[in-house]
Design a protein around this ligand. Sequence first.
Ligand code: SF4
Length: 291
Amino acid sequence: MKIIRSNVMGFCSGVQNAIVRVNEAIDLAESRGLPIYTIGPLIHNDQYLSYLERHGVKIVESPEEAEPGIAVIRAHGIPQKMREEFEKRGYHLLDGTCPRVIRSQRIVSKCSDEGETVVLVGDPGHGEVFAVAGAAGGPGRVIIIHEEKDISRIPLEAHMTILSQTTFSKDRFISIAGKLKQTLEQCGGELEIIQSICPSTKNRQQALQTLCETVDAIIVVGGKNSSNTKRLFELAGSCCRWVWHINSPDEVTQEMCGFDVIGITAGASTPDWLVVSIEEHISTLCMNLQD
Ligand code: SF4
């Protein structure tokens, strides 16, 4: 049995940047004898979070929860108000917000300051959506929607702007934005459509589609609550009959050995050492089954 890796997989530049910030924070906390935190889980990957925990990094959700120390803002970012609350309480912040998320935050902040309503398409429970919506500090509102049917609850205005969570499906965003544009134009209004979907998601998805053409089955590695990993799993299911979403070598099964060629891809928050350990586990299991 042969394992082929996708050409694009694993940590994206935004996650790599946040990890650099955490390593800086670990050094700084050690030299100053301070506690160290990430504001929310750094990435959606339990193995990596356990690794950070072993290095003394705790997760904090609000400033009151813990004694102030060094706190790293993850790639998803945080709302402006929350940033101010942490600073007010004496935390030293290291900013790991992905530059693409910062761009979305700036757009929302500008529109809000100008009194314009922004429609943000994404998962309302996702940290990035919370952080981007929380960049609005002016009179303009942010309305979060997830699907086309949510358009009916948007109060229409003469000029509006729409953008999406960076990891949202491009096709779904185009369809939602197109529908809102049409609705608004029928009422004499105008919609500005901002392209905010991260190419790293698209590149990972395109590489997976190419991989699908050459393999019999696909393993998607990544956290079960990572939205870009879930999207890869959905996509793999649409182009390949045999697909698994796993996040640990313990989830490798004998069934995976029943194929000649198996493809492997990983979400943007999946460390490479996890992929390597899963590959090794499959190879060992399949070899043992042959003996
Ligand atoms: S997926 Fe893209 S936007 Fe999100 S953290 Fe990674 S590089 Fe940034």
